[in-house]
Each structure stands twice: as structure tokens, then as C-alpha cells.
Design a binder for this molecule. Structure first.
Ligand code: GLC
Ligand code: CA
Length: 554
């Protein structure tokens, strides 16, 4: 395997709107990010991925771009962005932007021109079909609910949008469109970006010609996945994109890939893969239901372990997954993966270590390093996210009461992760001096960065130790490149694995409140990390405390 500059790095995702507001308008911004670079450096972060801050009507919080060459004034200016890249560089950090090119915004110039002349050049930038009375071109359901077809304003045509109607899909079959995309990527890379996180990319290849699939809900529509299953040949687009852009710059590219088949993984992330890495969503999607969020089942500790090990086994040592416990589309990991009632400092640290020590690139989502939790929403009116509103409707239609629907949606709402970053116990968690665009989680008085940075036993300091361990010259090779080998796989509520490289490390997490015992074959040399003050060891036997996690050098 060819060694790359990003293999030994630690990445951090920023959701700009909710990170830090520098001018009191209630919206996080790029100058705010710059002012927190030292905070990130102190933690040990090397790569910073920014969710979109391009010009956008923010219908889907920036994942609907109206100008790929500009920064939205709410987030700052191009000069701010250039300064961010330069300031990061001074600290040996890399900035990644979000590449959102499955779709643009219906306010993008291309789309406006397509409306003016659907048969002209820009009509072919989108998927347009003639409008027929009482019949849609296909019966696909958009990710955010309702059909994927919408009238193209001022014409007798309809356009395709697999996400929101303000996010028209771009036609990747058209080479002119692809040229525009590559030109933009290279323009940004020329500014000194480290690379991109690549949004929703599996959707760029459609199964042509379009057809209907069997409906899977009472609305008579079918999930987009039915069509994606059938779409062949995405590799041609992705390979071309790699060759024309990332490869020339040795840039880092991490893909949001959901439906890859095991035999395709080397094409995606092997040496000379389409991407440098892709996210592991095996845990994320576990328990979800085709019916909607209301029908999802919880992830147990044994499920969590199984999902992680499955992904590790699939990738082995030929590439790198990017490991997450949460992102801006998911609930907070500590609320989702720790059994209800057990979310505490110890269990948060255990989850952190179990995830962080997996083979792959660790990504931390803003606030994860503080153990930020889901939000107690008291009304659907408090929720901003478009997909949460759709899922609420779906739950009501399935017969749930408004209270039950809110409860179900609250568990998964994307807004759980989008509430303002909790910097301190001052007003609005120190995020803004104005009125925050989204309500602050009321627990900021006890969970905040200022307090945790002072407290050596905090979740924040535990993350800092995990990062330092990954960078420690004595262990780096093993943690970055070493093989992963599960141990005691069949044991209930115990997740343990070896990392084997120059050294042998053992990571053990007692994923329950009750104690349990392990026996280390051949003892150990050293305890490298412990979320308790001691190890209850007697004659080679170790009694693990509730949610204790230990990293041993063997
Ligand atoms: C990705 C993003 C999500 C967005 C969607 C459409 O899944 O992570 O936030 O809504 O793509 O761009
Ligand atoms: Ca602001």
C-alpha cells in the first residue's frame, strides 16, 4: 500500500452555521472558525472539513449551492476563506471543503438559464422531462419526501431532484457539466485547499432510461435506492473526476458513499481508488427502516460491535475507512450508541476510544469532543431541518400521535447535531452575543469547552489523549497501519480488538453498566489509556468497571 500524507492525520468536521459567530448575527461564520483554530490545534486536529459555506439560499443549510465560486455573505467573504486556508497552513492544518455536485440550487444561474431555454445548453445540465397530465415521469420518492419531479418554472417540462425541490440534480451524463465541475474543483485546489468531502456522490449515476419501480409505501412511490441499485458505471465518472482533479494535486478526497458492493471497495479506496477514503456508515444505517425514522430500532452494544468489525473485515488493509460516531446528518453518537439511561462521562469516553482506535481515519464532529448530547425538543416548531419535518409527517401518517411522532423524530433529527457548539456556560453557550439561529441545548451549563479544558478528567481531555496516542512516535505505526483483529467476539457487551503492527495493542471496552471479567493471555506491558483511575487486576484477571475502556500495550 502506498503511504499518503493523510493516513496518520486526525480530522474534524465543522458545521459553520453552528460553530462560532464572530459578529453577533446568530450565525456561525468563517472569521469565527479562524478564531478557533488554536482550539483545534490544541486538541491535535490536522484536517478540518467545513460543511458548505458557498453562496446558497440555505434551503438545505448550504447543500444547495447557487454559486460555486463564492462564499455566502452570512459566512463571510472570499478573503476570509483565503485567510482561513493560510492560517490553517501556518499551523500545519489542512482545510477541506464540501463538494456538493450531485445537485445545485434552483437559484443557480445554470438552472435559471435552463428555465429560460430548456432546449438550450443549460437544459442539458439537468434531467428534464416533458410534463404529462396526471402522470409523473417516474414514481421515485425524494430523500426528503414526495415525488422527485417538480415543474420547471415557465415551461412545459419537469425536472428531477432526488433531494429537496430546491436541489435540482445535475446531469453527469453531459460532458459539458462534468467539465464545469472539474474546473471548479481545480479552482479551489489552486487556492491551497487540502481536498474535499464529497457529498451524496452515489446519486450522480442514474439508471437510464428512467422507469418506475415497485412502490414501497402507501404513497405509491419507491425509494431512490431501487433506481440506484440498477445504475451501473459510476466508476467512469469517479475515475475521470479523480484523474482530472484530486490526483494532480495529491489532494485528500473522502466520499459519502452508502451502497457500495464489497467487491467494489478497492475501486473506491484502494491504491489509486476514486477517493482517498470513504465514511463507514455501517453503524449509522443499522436499525433504520424503509418505513421511516419512527420505525427504526435501537443499536445495542453487540450490534455496534458487529457493525464495526464487519466494516473492518470488508476493508482489511488495502484502504482506509473514515470512522465517525456522528456527523451533521445524524443524532449525537453518545445519545445513539449508548444504551438509554447510561450516557455518562465513562461511557462517552469508552465509545470514543472504541471508535478512535479502529483502523482508519478518525473524524470528530464538532462538540463530539465534549460529549455533546441530543436535544430535548419540546415541539416540532423548534426543529429547523427539512428532513425532520418530513419524517414527522410520515410518522403521523403511520398513525402515531403527535407526541409519539415528536419523540421518534427527536431521536434522529439532524438538528441534534446542528445546535450551536457549546463553548462556555455564558449566555447562548458562548456561541453568539446575538440570538442563535437554532436553539442551544440547555445542558450547555454543564457540558462546555471552557469547563472541560480546565478539567483533566473531562471527555475533552480524553479525546486529546486519544489523539496524542495516535501521534506518539512509539505507537503511530501500529495505530495507523496495524491490522485489526477482533477478540472475544462472542462475548456479550464486550468489544475488544488487537491492533497489530510494530507493536501489539489491545483495546477493550466493557459496554455495560455491570462489571465483567477478562483474562489477558500472557499479561500486558503497559496501560496506555484508561477512563478510570485504576485497573482492578488480580493475578492476570481484570475486573472491568462499568463502561471501562482500556488500551494495553501487550
Ligand atoms: C448529504 C449531506 C446532507 C444533505 C444531502 C444533500 O447527505 O450530508 O446534509 O442534505 O447530502 O446534499
Ligand atoms: Ca455571524
Amino acid at each position: 500500500m502506498i503511504k499518503k500524507w493523510w493516513h496518520d492525520k486526525v480530522a474534524y468536521q465543522i458545521y459553520p452555521k453552528s460553530f462560532y459567530d464572530s459578529n453577533g448575527d446568530g450565525i456561525g461564520d468563517i472569521p469565527g472558525i479562524i478564531s478557533k483554530l488554536n482550539y483545534l490545534q490544541d486538541l491535535g486536529v490536522d484536517i478540518v472539513w467545513l460543511s458548505p459555506c458557498y453562496q446558497s439560499p440555505l434551503a438545505d443549510q448550504g447543500y444547495d449551492i447557487s454559486d460555486y465560486y463564492n462564499i455566502d455573505p452570512r459566512f463571510g467573504t472570499m478573503e476570509d476563506m483565503e485567510r482561513l486556508i493560510a492560517e490553517a497552513k501556518k499551523r500545519n492544518m489542512y482545510i477541506l471543503m464540501d463538494l456538493v455536485v450531485n445537485h445545485c440550487s434552483d437559484e443557480h444561474e445554470w438552472f435559471r438559464k435552463a428555465c429560460e431555454n430548456p432546449d438550450g445548453k443549460y437544459g442539458n445540465f439537468f434531467y428534464l422531462r416533458d410534463k404529462k397530465d396526471g402522470e409523473l415521469p417516474t414514481n421515485w420518492r425524494s430523500y426528503f419526501g414526495g415525488p422527485v419531479w417538480e415543474d420547471l418554472p415557465g415551461t412545459d417540462k419537469q425536472y428531477l431532484h432526488v433531494f429537496h425541490k430546491k436541489q435540482p440534480d445535475l446531469n453527469w451524463e453531459n460532458p459539458e457539466l462534468r467539465e464545469e465541475v472539474y474546473k471548479n474543483i481545480n479552482w479551489w485546489l489552486d487556492k491551497g485547499l487540502g481536498g474535499f468531502r464529497i457529498d451524496a456522490i452515489i446519486n450522480i449515476k442514474k439508471a437510464l432510461p428512467f422507469r418506475n419501480y415497485a412502490p414501497d409505501r402507501d404513497d405509491g412511490l419507491c425509494s431512490i435506492h431501487a433506481m440506484l441499485q440498477e445504475a451501473k458505471g459510476i466508476g467512469e465518472f469517479l475515475g475521470e473526476m479523480r484523474d482530472r482533479t484530486f490526483k494532480k494535486y495529491d489532494a485528500f478526497a473522502v466520499g459519502e458513499v452508502f451502497n457500495e458492493k464489497p467487491e467494489e471497495i478497492p475501486d473506491f479506496i484502494g491504491d489509486d481508488g476514486y477517493f482517498s477514503s470513504m465514511f463507514d456508515f455501517n453503524e449509522t444505517i443499522f436499525g433504520k427502516s424503509g418505513k421511516g425514522w419512527y420505525d427504526a430500532r435501537p443499536v445495542t452494544p453487540d450490534d455496534y460491535k458487529k457493525c464495526c468489525f464487519e466494516s473492518q473485515a470488508k476493508v482489511g488493509e488495502f484502504g482506509f475507512l473514515s470512522n465517525i460516531i456522528e456527523n451533521h446528518d445524524e443524532p449525537r453518537g453518545v445519545s445513539h450508541y449508548i444504551p438509554e439511561g447510561d450516557c455518562c462521562e465513562e461511557s462517552k469516553k469508552m465509545l470514543a476510544a472504541l471508535n478512535f482506535m479502529l483502523r482508519g481515519l478518525p473524524f470528530i464532529y464538532q462538540g463530539q469532543e465534549l460529549g455533546m448530547e441530543n436535544v430535548p425538543f419540546t415541539s416540532i416548531e423548534e426543529v429547523d431541518d427539512i428532513s425532520s419535518h418530513d419524517e414527522y409527517k410520515v410518522a403521523l401518517e403511520a398513525g402515531l400521535s403527535p407526541e409519539e411522532a415528536l419523540k421518534a423524530v427527536s431521536k434522529f433529527s439532524r438538528d441534534n447535531a446542528r445546535t450551536p457548539m457549546q463553548w462556555s456556560d455564558e449566555a447562548n453557550a458562548g456561541f453568539t452575543t446575538g440570538t442563535p439561529w437554532l436553539k442551544v441545548n440547555p445542558n450547555y451549563t454543564s457540558i462546555n469547552a471552557a469547563e472541560q479544558m480546565k478539567n483533566p478528567e473531562s471527555v475533552w481531555n480524553f479525546y486529546k489523549k486519544l489523539i496524542a496516542l495516535r501521534k506518539d512516535p512509539a505507537y503511530k505505526e501500529t495505530i495507523v497501519y496495524g491490522a485489526l483483529e477482533p477478540v472475544w467476539e462472542e462475548r456479550h457487551n464486550l468489544m475488544a480488538y488487537y491492533r497489530k503492527g510494530e507493536k501489539t495493542l489491545l483495546v477493550v471496552g466493557n459496554y455495560q453498566r455491570e462489571t465483567q471479567e477478562i483474562v489477558l493471555p500472557g499479561g500486558h506491558r503497559k496501560v496506555l489509556l484508561n477512563n478510570y483511575g485504576d485497573v482492578a487486576e488480580d493475578n492476570g484477571k481484570i475486573r472491568l468497571y462499568g463502561y471501562q475502556v482500556l488500551i494495553f500495550e501487550m
